[in-house]
Design a protein around this ligand. Sequence first.
Ligand code: NAD
Ligand code: UDP
Length: 313
Amino acid sequence: MVAGAAGFIGSHLCERLVEQGADVVGVDNMLTGCKDNLAALDASPRFRLIEHDVTAPLTLKGNVDLVLHLASPASPRDYRRLPIATLKSGALGTLHLLELAQAKQARFVLASTSEVYGDPLEHPQFESYWGNVNPIGPRSVYDEAKRFAEALTASFRRDCAIETSIVRIFNTYGPRMRPDDGRAVPAFLHQALTSVPLTVAGDGSQTRSLCYIADTVAGILAAAAHGHLGPVNIGNPQEVTILELAETIRDLCRSTSPITFVPLPFDDPKRRCPDITTARKLLGWTPQVNLMDGLAHTLAATTAVREQIASDT
Ligand code: NAD
Ligand code: UDP
């Protein structure tokens, strides 16, 4: 069972699971996702979608052996416009999905985030780092919801004898991110392709480490198969500044869009890079796709969608 199935990561995860021969139930309330993301599974007898908000309890008929919880707004733009829904997804959503996993004696995997490290004071970030989070800032609705979700997940494992894993996903990109979801890669791609200025926040010296979607999905599934409690970082340690990222995407698109500097959002983390020793050693997982190749795949998919929309209208 995949909660958040119609979202960016969830839809790729469902496709990969079905390819591997699993029967998958996707659950989503379409808050930030859409059914089109699951179009490739429309005809599959192995997949079915249930429209449901996981902040309400959920029952499913039959056996379930794995519950993957990805149901939460994830883009800063989304969680700032949906603060209470984000807090509820991390708190009530996680509780209800853990209860479902307990009732089914299923393994549970929480999609947590590098945001639990906040604006980190240690670099790179190891799983042992407890983070530097502003508990009342605008990002806290996401960061603290995920920190609570981690605590709940760890407690169910400790106190309720169910197998749980926590994956801390770092910035992931790839096909199917909404052009308007506000995250850096889709924003810069969309801006470069429509010949408008690329909006770099601050002076662009803040860093992120970007992981291609296929690698993130493989990492989540490796953690699910292993059953390691975690937390385990899933990310690509190839760190870039946001200005470099904007310039790279502009060049890749052969765009002449200028770069414009816009105010840095409050509490925007200055540096972010995962240490992935745990994932390497324990799960045998390392990212395979470098940034240039991943961006080229993303551009090709984005261009194909744009051409399809143009031919439909
Ligand atoms: P997304 O917004 O594309 O997908 C989230 C999905 O969850 C959407 O389809 C949305 O409709 C659904 N959803 C939200 N609240 C729900 C609810 N209450 N009930 C049912 N469905 C609900 O985001 P994404 O980038 O695919 O992220 C998926 C998960 O991975 C999130 O939990 C996010 O915190 C985590 N994550 C993502 C990244 C990243 O870089 N994409 C990084 C770290 C963690
Ligand atoms: N960013 C930017 N311009 C944009 C969107 C994002 O400069 O149009 C910056 C943002 O301020 C942050 C980085 O890019 O420093 C990554 O932002 P994103 O929203 O992709 O993910 P985050 O890591 O902040 O959750």
